[in-house]
Design a protein. Structure first.
Ligand code: NAP
Length: 867
């Protein structure tokens, strides 16, 4: 019985939503001995499976994987009748779970939350419902699902239609009978694609209005997959464990086959196998690079289109059904049963809204730019205000009167997708910034619920009343979420992942794409470090360990993992010859770097013999002269050659439009300090003197280098200035060595674990220069005279022992009146910025480098010869 409005009910926790996440949250909170009230506007449990009762609605993750696993008995008790269970069967399952654990007694149905406000005085939430009741609680948990707020029909005249109107997302409990009717379906996402074949069975005429053609594979539904059942039978715990640490929440071995390098036979074989398997995580795993490399993605997409053309008999309809204009996977792919075949039925028609857009809905039907259609029923399968819609609509107001809607006006901001600063004790299950919709939801739900339950237990045990993320931790996580998305093709699509389906919604990538296992690790690390990034308060005092839990670029972290897995010997344990051989062997496995117009090799007369060089000329319409960049490779004065930095030189050449002359200088220990520096000066002088012959513009000469190469580039600038020439237009110093002092904080922070280590730097110095020489400006340019040097671009990487000396050099140049651009390679290591084609997150840094090179030269445009 409801209490009178004047006596608010008090519970420990209010949970909104009685779907998969709300039910399990209730179960876990009860286990902690907390009093709980679950509110749901539906008439029963089920969440998404309560509302989405449209014909054909079924799971599109194999249901053997789409179930609770927290209780092994429950896990064994329920048997799914099909590989992909229907909506009624899943709803039955959730009812069974609710009854099995006696959950209903704490759930209030048909109860809509109208607002929730944080009371700072009481340190409680005040939650009000549509019935006017108020409930006060310490913890407020939104278990409202990611796809629960239907998108309003943003089509002119929608309210005018006099016939029957249906939304797939709010299907009537009694169902709908379309027998003998003229039916319109608007929308061809997962819901539309599932419903269309079944509606076609009843309707006398079915017209599908498609705005964007979608990628869909046949489900090949049938009995639960024998392979999975076998694995579960043999080792259920092992299988579930693997799912929890997998990428998508299902144990799928990620392939290492690259689409761009695989043979045609392998490509076909892999695609056909995934098509036959009929599983979304399979078709998303045809190639390792399909989510990041447009060329690889195109291969998969084209094979899709071939399939569609082979199924759909009318060529025009087939072509309209072929997805174009977005990369495969970047909009949620679909799973279907006879979807494309449906268009071969004589009473089914596809209207391509790209060719004839809807002008308005009329009283009798739909009017497009070309035609008027009469209908008895319109079915909207137009989707959801995904991931944020339900949360924002619930009118949540945190500390200082700030509402979630206001805070998220420019896009959601969360820590781990679980909490948001300014809203103490407010938890989101599968919120934005967590893997949620990119994963098997049940695995992600269990992980979130377990995390929240563990957190509340810890708070209680440690005597804290509130928990809330810090602004720093939250913005760091938001950055990480966007960094993960940015290395993929996903942000390019107008998808609901990007909020692009709702007019006016900020364009932000909403879920976390780094993977379920990686995400779980981040959550565990946060707890392991004493709730890192959270502030906890209580009568006994506050506690906060502030910081950013993931600062490294995700692809840099992947490369480090790969390198660690290779178990290579530490370079400093090798002889110079062996270290060179190892470096050459690893370089041979890299992507080659971009195509350039021309590559030629030659020699420069050096002070002690010829110095080999490699010249890169940009591709492009103009044959005219270009600015010239003299480049010096990295390798600690010991390693490296013309091949070692070849991809980076190609990238610099292609981006900047300059001729790049990469010079191989003498190496230590055979030729110690100052041989490399003197060679660098000689090379710059020679290139300047021969600029015209090399295709350069006289007087437009810059130097560049990475690591020790940047060291000698910087030294060459000082030597050239002192020698009265040549005039150098700019110096690009990527992660330079500029000092021999290893006591700066970046050595302490990054001296181990990021490829260039303190031990390796010592090894380099020992090979290159006697201790007595390590203060000479020709070895350590930071200690030289700096006024009068060319403008500089200094690139420093966060996880580089050399970071702080690079910053120091930039500051010192600035103080000396030299124009400086300091570019921070955020989340990068000493080596990762140079990994062209491998570390995608390095590309924006190299784009900044490109800008800097443009600034060095008076005219960035190539100039024509004047005869
Ligand atoms: P959706 O993927 O957002 O699809 C909505 C469709 O409606 C799209 O084709 C969209 O076109 C179209 N549309 C929207 N507004 C329109 C307008 N004003 N005029 C014309 N067309 C319009 O929504 P959904 O199909 O409901 O699926 C949403 C998500 O729910 C799925 O991606 C999936 O994650 C989940 N889902 C899962 C299952 C399952 O597990 N079995 C089933 C259904 C849904 P545009 O693409 O051009 O915007």
């Amino acid at each position: 019985m409801n209490k009178p409005a004047s006596v608010p009910e008090q519970v420990d926790a209010v949970v909104v939503g009685a779907g998969f996440s709300g039910l399990y949250m209730l179960y876990r909170l009860r286990q902690l001995g907390l009093s709980v009230k679950v509110l749901d506007s539906a008439g029963d449990v089920g969440g998404t499976w309560y509302w989405n009762r449209y014909p054909g609605a079924r799971c599109d993750v194999p249901t053997t994987d789409y179930a609770y696993t927290f209780d092994p008995e429950l896990d064994q008790e329920w048997t799914w009748s099909e590989k992909y269970a229907t909506q009624p069967e899943i709803l039955d399952y959730l009812r069974f779970v609710a009854d099995r654990y006696g959950l209903r007694s704490d759930i209030e149905f048909s109860a809509t939350v109208t607002s929730a406000r944080w009371d700072e005085q009481e340190k409680r939430w005040r939650v009000t419902t549509g019935r006017g009741t108020e409930i006060r609680c310490r913890y407020y948990v939104m278990a409202t699902g990611c796809l629960s707020m239907p998108k309003s029909p943003d089509i002119e005249g929608a309210s005018r239609f006099a016939g029957q109107v249906y939304f797939t997302s709010r299907w009537p409990g009694e169902g709908a009978d379309f027998t003998g009717q003229r039916v319109a379906v608007i929308g061809t996402g997962s819901s539309g694609i599932q419903a269309i074949p079944l509606i076609a069975r009843q309707a006398s005429q079915l017209t599908v209005f498609q705005r964007t053609a979608n990628f869909s594979i046949p489900a090949h539904n049938g009995p639960a997959p024998a392979g999975t059942l076998k694995q579960l039978g043999e080792d259920r715990d092992g299988y579930r464990h693997a799912a929890r640490w997998s990428r998508g929440g299902i144990p799928v071995e990620p392939t290492d086959v690259l689409g761009v390098t695989a043979s045609e036979a392998v490509r076909r074989e892999r695609f056909e196998a995934a098509w036959e398997l009929g599983e979304l995580f399979g078709i998303l795993n045809v190639f390792a690079d399909q989510a990041v490399n447009p060329a690889s993605n195109d291969i998969v997409a084209e094979m899709f289109r071939e399939k569609i053309r082979s199924i759909v008999t009318d060529p025009e309809t087939a072509e309209a059904l072929c997805p174009k204009g977005h990369y495969f996977g970047t909009k949620r792919p679909c799973l279907d049963t006879g979807y494309f075949e449906t268009y071969n039925l004589p009473h089914v028609r596809l209207v391509d809204l790209r060719k004839q857009p809807i002008i308005s809905i009329t009283q009798d039907g739909i009017e497009t730019a070309d035609e008027s259609f009469g209908f008895d029923a319109i079915v909207y399968a137009t989707g959801f205000d995904a991931m944020t819609g339900a949360m924002v609509a619930a009118d949540v107001t945190g500390r200082d009167g700030l509402s979630l809607k206001e805070k998220w006006a420019a896009g959601p901001s969360t820590y781990l997708g679980l909490m948001t600063a300014g809203f103490p004790n407010f938890f989101m299950l599968t919120g934005p910034g967590s893997p949620s919709v990119l994963s098997n939801m049940t695995v992600s739900i269990e992980q979130h619920v377990d995390w929240v339950a563990g957190c509340l237990k810890d708070l209680r045990e440690e005597g804290f009343e509130t928990i809330e993320p810090t602004a720093l931790a939250e913005s760091g996580w938001n950055q990480h979420v966007q960094d993960c998305a940015a290395i993929t093709l996903y942000p390019t699509a107008n998808s609901w992942y990007m909020g692009a389906n709702v007019p006016g919604k900020p364009r932000v990538f909403l879920p976390y794409i780094g993977g379920v296992g990686a995400y779980r690790q981040a959550c565990d690390d946060v707890v392991g470090q004493g709730y890192f990034g959270f502030r906890m308060t209580g009568p006994g005092g506050d506690r906060c360990r502030d910081g950013v839990i993931r600062r490294m670029q995700p692809d840099v972290a992947m490369v480090l993992d790969l390198v660690a897995a290779m178990g290579m010997p530490a370079t400093e344990s090798l002889s110079a010859a062996d270290a060179r051989a190892l470096m050459a062997a690893t370089a041979a496995t890299r992507p080659p770097g971009p195509e350039v117009g021309e590559v030629t090799d030659g020699v420069i007369p050096g002070p002690a013999g010829d110095l080999p060089y490699r010249l890169y000329r940009p591709a492009g319409p103009s044959e005219g002269p270009r600015p010239v960049v003299v480049y010096f490779h990295g390798g600690g004065w010991v390693l490296g050659n013309l091949d070692s930095d070849d991809p980076l030189c190609r990238d610099l050449c292609e981006r900047s439009g300059a001729v790049v002359v990469s010079v191989n200088y003498r190496h230590a220990p055979e030729d110690r300090f100052p041989a490399a520096a003197l060679d660098a000066l000689a090379a710059v002088q020679w290139v300047d003197a021969n600029a015209v012959e090399l295709g350069g513009i006289p007087g437009q000469l810059a130097v560049a280098g990475w690591s020790a190469g940047a060291n000698i580039a910087a030294v060459a600038c000082q030597l050239a200035r002192d020698a009265g020439g040549p005039r150098i237009s700019g110096q690009l110093l990527i992660c330079p060595v500029v000092d021999s002092d290893m006591t700066r904080p970046s050595y302490a922070e990054n001296g181990d674990g990021y490829i260039l280590t303190t031990a390796l730097m010592r090894w380099f110095w020992d090979h290159y220069a006697d201790p007595a020489d390590r203060g000479d400006p020709r070895a350590v340019p930071l200690r030289g005279d700096l006024p009068g040097l060319p403008p500089a671009c200094v690139v420093t990487a966060d996880f580089d022992p050399l970071r702080d000396e690079g910053v120091a050099y930039a500051r010192a140049l600035e103080t000396a009146g030299v124009p400086v651009r300091l570019t921070r390679a955020r989340g990068h290591t000493h080596t990762s910025v140079t990994m062209v084609g491998m570390v995608i997150s390095g590309a924006p840094v190299r784009a900044e480098i490109e800008e800097a090179l443009g600034d060095f030269f008076p005219s960035p445009q190539p100039q024509e010869f004047v005869s």
